[in-house]
Design a protein around this ligand. Sequence first.
Ligand code: NAP
Ligand code: ZN
Ligand code: ZN
Length: 345
Amino acid sequence: MTAKGYAAHNTTDPLTPYSFERNEPGPHEVLIDILYCGICHADVHQSRNEYGHTQYPFVPGHEIVGRVRTTGQEVTKYKQGDLVGVGYFILSCGHCPNCASHEEQFCDNGITPTQNGKLPGGHTTKGGYSNCIVVNENYILRISEKLPPAAVAPLLCAGITTYSALKHNQVSAGHNVAVLGLGGLGHMAVKFAKSFGATVSVLSSSPSKTTSALALGAHRLVDTGDAAQLKTATGSFDFIIDTVSARHDYNQYLNLLKKDGTLILLGVPPEVPPIHPAMLAFRRRKITGSFIGGIEETQEMLDYCAKHNITAEVEVIQPSYINTAFERMLDGDVKYRFVIDMSEL
Ligand code: NAP
Ligand code: ZN
Ligand code: ZN
């Protein structure tokens, strides 16, 4: 069937309207009409081939909320009309130890990302900047009708990435947590860390975000461009959740951790950064990372959000605004996630 969407065709030109073929759903697959898709910074990195493996034409989009249009004959989990979500991947091997322990994101045989991934037949996956998608029922999430679907879409990547990182590191009451970079991931990290009982600071290069950082649940914003403010935060955090998408000095932020504190890397700038060993050796600090979350944990996060009324702060846009949204995201001018309304496609 023919799908309509938006695609990047090379590293520099704007995304343009693009029609392409999607397979009819197989026995275990579901055809979803996409209502909303969030714009993650990974979409910008990959549209511009910053990691060097983008296949063009590239249709981004992995924060998808939609309704089931039809299901394959063997599908048991979903039916026509169900409100559903799709996140960063649409397939994994299903039998390696990581898949068996519900951490499919670390599949030993490689996940198939929703965008720019390789399907078993060799086709490149096309993501959610489009009107429909076909996904195996085991990689689809159930979305509560209680929450506004546009504000739920970013939970499928920004939400699960921050939720999983905080859960895995057992962030809870009594912890002093800093969120570095207040964008799509960062604002969800503030909401979840606060909800888990931690005391949350925001480390931001944009002091103009102070009022909204406090409204999200942070108790203060530290301006990372102000050396005096940074100095007052030296040695004060148990965890720093680093969501910055561009080159920055990791050593400067390691210095803000307490003894045994942990820097959790979520942002993936294309450059390889220098790390000073002394910053880890003195005070026995640690660096770790985290990558989205498994299907079971993503469902747990969505259910948690429905129960606690947690959604993303979104600016809903039309598809024709995608390129402007990319530029505004690069300028740090988004509070805090762009979400594309696909009804205009
Ligand atoms: P975003 O909305 O653009 O937010 C990034 C924030 O980083 C900005 O709002 C800004 O915050 C800060 N920032 C940007 N450029 C900066 C610079 N030059 N110096 C200092 N700070 C800067 O992006 P996002 O969608 O949250 O994604 C963030 C990163 O996480 C991206 O690299 C993305 O690819 C990655 N990611 C990783 C995973 C994972 O599983 N690990 C999942 C999704 C995304 P302030 O204005 O507050 O400084
Ligand atoms: Zn993402
Ligand atoms: Zn696997």
